[in-house]
Design a protein around this ligand. Structure first.
Ligand code: NAD
Length: 356
């Protein structure tokens, strides 16, 4: 395979972790006979410093001309005084909207080696966890009509949750496609006992399910899902849900794993194009000090291999290499525990490449 990747290191630890992720991609390329070509480009604070705006047109062009985007993180105290539209974080929203990325995939993986980081009791969590939350990203209540009405008795504010069949269909299809590459189970989360948009959601998901007879589908109300996630998280494989419910549930699911430096994410649009990034921020407190955990970004590369390039063996090889290094007792500061070997960003990257 010959793939073009737009690389956006961003700010803070962004450049530190992206460097290791590229080394891992290069190692995969050599081992499996693929060629990955990178175009580095600016976004966030780095772009503000260079050209005075968080998301330059040139960056959008490079991303659009690529097969996938790999992003570090953006933001930092240096730009905190800027007003909303000039803040580095605007680059993320601009990239998601401009690239038509309507689905956010957030796996919540608890590695058996890091089980102590999980806030749930050992008998609930067993020997690990692997859930994937598929959140609709460009519709629903965050994008519906909103406003205020003034009454003599005081103001009223409203937000509207609206979903069209096509919006539900495309995210449902993605959820089922992902389930086909995993344990073939989809839980669709809604509030169909109350919300009309949820009733449409549910009927479209059921219609889509007919094309995936191998996948088991169940529906769950969002309040119950929030409770079931901490009561018995192992019942879930893929959770497909709306923008707001997914926002809340994906944070809850990631907290179960307890380790911010370990969790990758993918934002997908039409076809196989996607943007891949760790869920954490730019961690300015440890930037440039060889302290950042590069694993979330390296696992984002695994998601890129799987979902954008369809390279399943290669994705598994990266995940396996991470496991091997954790098994060896190597830890960056954020996941360090007694008796383990403390290492830095570049050593973690090097060991994962060596394991590959
Ligand atoms: P953060 O995720 O950057 O950091 C929170 C804490 O976790 C810090 O103590 C940090 O050192 C630690 N941490 C984060 N990632 C780590 C890693 N890979 N290895 C080791 N430790 C790690 O969140 P924050 O401090 O709230 O935000 C800092 C900046 O990042 C802000 O400007 C914020 O707006 C931005 N941010 C960006 C993104 C993104 O680019 N996707 C996401 C969240 C926050």
């Amino acid at each position: 395979m010959d793939a073009k990747i737009a690389v956006v290191p961003g700010d803070g630890i962004g450049p530190d972790i992206i460097q290791e992720a590229k080394l891992v991609l290069d190692t995969i390329g050599t081992k499996f006979g693929h060629r990955f070509t990178y175009t580095d480009t600016l976004a966030g604070g780095a772009a503000l410093d260079a050209v005075g705006e968080p998301l330059p047109e040139e960056t959008m062009r490079i991303c659009k001309e690529s097969d996938a985007v790999l992003l570090g993180a953006v933001g930092g105290p240096k730009w905190d005084h800027l007003e909303g539209s000039k803040r580095p974080e605007q680059a993320l929203l601009g990239l998601r909207a401009g690239l038509g990325l309507y689905a956010n995939l957030r796996p919540a993986i608890l590695y058996k080696q890091l089980i102590d980081a999980c806030p749930l009791r050992p008998e609930i969590i067993g020997d690990g966890l692997d859930i994937c939350v598929v959140r609709e990203l460009t519709g629903g209540i965050y994008f519906g009509e909103r406003g205020r009405r003034e009454y003599p008795s005081g103001a009223q504010a409203y937000d509207t949750m609206a979903y069209s069949e096509s919006e539900v269909r495309r995210i449902a299809i993605l959820g089922f496609e992902i389930a086909m590459k995993r344990d073939k189970k989809v839980t669709s989360v809604d509030k169909a006992n109350i919300l009309e948009s949820s009733r449409l959601w549910r009927s479209v998901v059921e219609e889509v399910a007919k094309a995936y007879p191998e996948v088991t589908l169940n529906h769950m109300y969002v309040d119950n899902a929030a409770m079931q996630l901490v009561r018995d998280p192992h019942q879930f494989d893929v959770i497909v849900t709306t923008n707001m419910f997914g926002d809340i549930l994906s944070d809850e699911a990631s907290m179960i794993t307890g380790s911010i430096g370990m969790l990758p994410s993918a934002s997908m649009g039409e076809g196989s194009f996607g943007m891949f990034e760790p869920i954490h921020g730019s961690a300015p407190d440890i930037a440039g000090q060889d302290k950042a955990n590069p694993i979330a970004t390296i696992l984002s590369v695994a998601m890129m291999l799987r979902y954008s390039f369809g390279l399943l063996k290669e994705a598994e090889a990266v995940e396996q290499a991470v496991n091997t290094v954790l098994d060896g007792g190597y830890r960056t500061g954020d996941i360090m525990s007694e008796g383990m070997r403390s290492i830095g960003t570049s050593e973690m990257g090097r060991l994962i490449c060596e394991a590959l």
